[in-house]
Design a protein around this ligand. Structure first.
Ligand code: MLT
Length: 266
């Protein structure tokens, strides 16, 4: 599906009814990482999965992008499709950074937060230098070079061995991203603030989903979020790497389905 927001096209998925559950994808991905979620969870919620600007079927907008810009995009998208009340905001990895920015900016519109394969802390100096290297790589060699650099880090060892089609699908998703979208996301992630304070100050129910084999998000980071958010639950998904929503969709969906009533009551 598409809509036009401030003159630019936004691709999205909208299925089911009830409490809105907004799924924000990671980098350099698009809404297709949530296919098993809109298929499996639309009986429990209204599942909404937009493509971020410059990814999937959403157009890029020239100019600088901050993590909070994506959060504002999500807010505008929800308003455009008529979601007026509170929603459960779920983000994977960069989507988690955006979900935390959304909670900072729009706390009254959040029924619950799902933070999958992500962290609240900002980039280290080394991490920031890595962003700059990847910006140069994307500009010189394109999305394929970025995808090839990330692909070996995205899945659990068991997934690489047993599900080559899923690995190929992730590569196709990443290579479809636009270079301006990739460059903007890298800059936004490099400059993002520490969001630990948002968790410390909030009573919002939080579900933290970690992959047992996530090579990109250390377990210590998930535990830090659990400690910071007083109303939180941490679920570790076995045999899942960084893309837990795709790798272990049943375990992911079960954890979310169990969390939704808690968020609806809060
Ligand atoms: C993502 O999956 O969104 C990224 O790997 C997050 C990051 O690079 O910090």
């Amino acid at each position: 599906m598409y809509l036009t927001l401030n003159g630019r096209i936004v691709g999205y998925e909208d299925s089911g009814s009830g409490l809105p559950l907004v799924l924000i994808h990671g980098y350099p991905l698009n809404r297709m990482i949530w296919k098993a979620q809109w298929e499996g969870l639309s009986k429990s919620a209204r599942v909404l999965a937009p493509d971020l600007r410059g990814f999937g079927e959403s157009e890029m907008v020239p100019g600088t992008v901050e993590i909070s810009t994506y959060a504002d995009d999500v807010r505008e998208f929800l308003q455009a499709i008529g979601v007026k009340g509170r929603a459960v905001i779920c983000g994977l990895s960069m989507g988690g950074y955006i979900a935390l920015a959304y909670l900072r900016r729009y706390p009254e519109n959040v029924a619950g937060l799902i933070l999958a394969n992500t962290k609240a802390t900002p980039d280290s100096d080394e991490g920031k230098a890595g962003r700059d290297k990847n910006i140069a790589l994307a500009q010189e060699k394109g999305a394929e070079a970025i995808a090839d650099g990330m692909l070996p880090k995205l899945f659990a060892p068991k997934t690489y061995a047993s599900n080559p089609e899923l690995v190929a699908q992730a590569r196709r998703i990443m290579t479809s991203s636009t270079v301006p979208g990739i460059v903007a996301a890298l800059g936004a992630m490099r400059d993002r603030p520490d969001s630990t304070d948002v968790l410390l100050q909030s009573d919002t129910p939080v579900l933290i989903l970690a992959g047992s084999d996530d090579a990109l998000m250390p377990m210590a980071e998930q535990e830090k979020m659990k400690q910071a958010a007083r109303n939180s639950t941490l679920v570790v998904i076995p045999d899942a790497g960084h893309l837990s929503s795709m790798e272990q969709p049943d375990a992911f969906n079960n954890a979310v389905a169990e969390f939704l009533p808690q968020a609806a009551r809060a």
